[in-house]
Design a protein around this ligand. Structure first.
Ligand code: NAP
Length: 519
């Protein structure tokens, strides 16, 4: 059994006292433990601020980009080992594990490229300058400089690799040191990644620390130049946002939380067309990939009444053939949920949906998993529920069942009605819209855009190139309003702004130009 340690104040430290067990969710075997008792959290933050901050700020964007490229490269070297750990600790299939780990490798390298493109400068000018006086002698500019504190990253259990990497890439490129905390139950992959980074000596001292186990008093010592970026449930988000230190010192907070992402099928999409096939593939993938434990997974599927029979048939054909079981078996296509707590949560979520919806596929998730001893593991089958009157099924729009579960919501086919139903989710990370009819999309897009952080337009022309709406791209923003947390990450340069102070400069134009010159 592995005892996971934290990496703080420039060294590995074992926590004392209570521990969280890391369990293989296919077999219920305990494979490791982690705990953070006795770790001086205030000292860990102070070390990052004092050592990592100056070291990163000393570097140009190009040099920070080189660090990210090096991180990406060494992670690639450890890819097979990380995949094996994700299968063991996360219940991932090999393909699920690659989705997480390759996502981490790609995001680090993308931000590495961005650093290279930004070149030999240490600060960024934001937008165009503006003449303030009668002549250009009195001029204004905005600059972006790294905050002088530490970025604390608290991550969810479902993407231990990508979660660490996407947040760290943005903060490090912006010039802020990071303390990263994975969710305890699935920390194995993130812990091994940290070992890989430390062993390869790719980062300056203090630039990246790692806290394994409960956050304890970590957030109590946050100060006004610090940043807290959180991914997880809206319940935890509320606690963290309202923490005394966070509120009193106006700590910059970014939240990525729950989301009842919608897929909307427009009435023009005929069964058997390219767009139809894309829609069916995307919905099926989102239900089963990572056993539905993806923040971007489709939870609600808006289907015109005229297409209900065809959609039901297509999804049923796809999902009833999915082999659920221990992902170490090659034939298995969907693994278990990550923890027993998740299983209980998903089962009670399905039961809640069942009170307001009809069963369409998979009943309430009963399954006999392949390659698993009787009674072991955290398994549930893919489930599709049907809400013929979606306005009367509040739970469909209010409760995120974080597993392989989606509900079809029947609507008339009007874009305005689809947007209204999407809006019942109270803010989402992503909505996907499937249509080749421009007029329909002209009505749908402006109506749905304010409700979502990202809109994915599935159509005939892009179908062959699309990885689906569930894949988060580093070039585009990730986050969403309302229930989704109101946050924004990634999106190239945009994601860095959380870690930078925007300051207005007023002065003589030529003086400002001289100060803002790269180098
Ligand atoms: P969670 O229970 O809220 O935990 C998330 C993280 O918060 C974990 O690292 C956890 O640590 C930590 N945490 C819990 N209580 C804390 C406290 N009082 N102080 C400081 N840290 C605390 O969420 P989860 O079950 O891991 O994740 C599932 C949820 O995340 C889903 O609802 C999903 O929608 C959401 N999610 C959103 C996104 C997104 O990008 N929007 C991505 C992935 C997941 P411990 O594990 O040590 O308790």
């Amino acid at each position: 059994m592995k005892r996971l340690e934290s990496y703080v104040c420039g060294g590995w430290v074992a926590g004392q006292g209570p521990v969280t067990a890391l369990i293989n969710p296919s077999t219920d075997e305990v494979i490791g433990e982690c705990g953070s008792g006795g770790i001086d959290m205030a000292a860990a933050l102070a070390y990052a601020r004092a050592r990592g901050g100056p070291a990163l700020r000393e570097l140009t964007f190009a040099q920070r980009g080189q660090i990210l490229r090096a991180m990406s490269k060494v992670l690639h070297g450890g890819r097979e080992e990380l995949i094996a750990l994700a299968i063991e600790n996360g219940g991932n299939t090999r393909s699920d594990a690659k989705f997480d780990i390759d996502g981490a490798i790609f995001t680090l390298s993308s931000y590495g490229e961005l650093g290279h493109a930004l070149g030999d400068r240490k600060l960024l000018v934001d937008g165009e300058g503006v003449q303030l006086g009668r002549t250009a002698r009195f001029y204004g500019e905005h600059v972006l400089t790294p905050r002088r504190g530490v970025a604390v990253h608290v991550n969810a259990f479902n993407f231990p690799a990508w979660g660490l990497a996407e947040k760290a890439a943005t903060a490090l490129l912006a010039g802020m040191p990071v303390v990263s905390k994975p969710a305890s139950a699935t920390a194995m992959v993130a812990w091994r990644m940290m070992q890989i980074f430390v062993d390869a000596k790719v980062l300056p001292d203090g630039a990246l620390s790692f806290l394994c186990g409960s956050a304890g008093k970590l957030l109590d010592s946050l100060a006004g130049q610090d940043v807290l970026a959180f991914t997880g449930s809206s319940v935890t988000a509320r606690t963290l946002r309202s923490g005394e230190g966070v509120v009193a010192r106006s700590v910059h907070v970014n939240v990525e939380a729950d989301s009842l992402n919608a897929a909307v099928l427009a009435p023009d999409v005929a069964p058997g067309s390219e767009t139809w096939n894309l829609f069916v593939a995307d919905v099926s993938r989102d239900i089963t990939q990572k056993t539905g434990q993806k923040c971007t997974a489709i939870r609600r599927v808006m289907v015109p009444e005229s297409r209900l029979a065809d959609v039901s048939e297509a999804l049923s054909a796809r999902l009833t053939s999915v082999v659920v079981g221990n992902p170490t078996e090659e034939s298995v296509q969907m693994g278990p949920l990550a923890t027993r707590a998740q299983l209980d949560d998903v089962k009670s979520g399905i039961a809640r949906l069942a009170r307001e919806t009809e069963a369409l596929v998979g009943g309430e998730g009963e399954v006999k998993p392949r390659g698993v001893a009787e009674g072991k593991g955290c398994f549930v089958a893919p489930v599709v529920r049907l809400a013929r009157d979606p306005r009367a099924a509040a739970s469909v729009h209010e409760h995120e069942v974080f597993g392989p579960v989606a509900t079809i919501c029947v609507y008339s086919g009007a874009a305005e009605e689809a947007a209204e139903l999407v809006g019942l989710g109270d803010g989402g990370l992503v909505a996907s819209i499937y249509s080749d009819e421009r007029d329909w999309l002209r009505a749908a897009v402006p109506a749905m855009a304010p409700l979502n952080g990202r809109l994915y337009l599935g159509s005939e022309k892009m179908a062959s190139q699309s990885p689906g709406p569930g894949t988060v791209m580093p070039q585009l923003v990730h986050g969403g309003p309302g229930r989704a947390g109101g946050g924004e990450e990634l999106g190239g340069l945009r994601g860095m702004s959380l870690y930078q102070q925007r300051t207005a400069l007023q002065g003589d134009k030529s003086l400002l130009a001289a100060i803002l010159e790269p180098g």
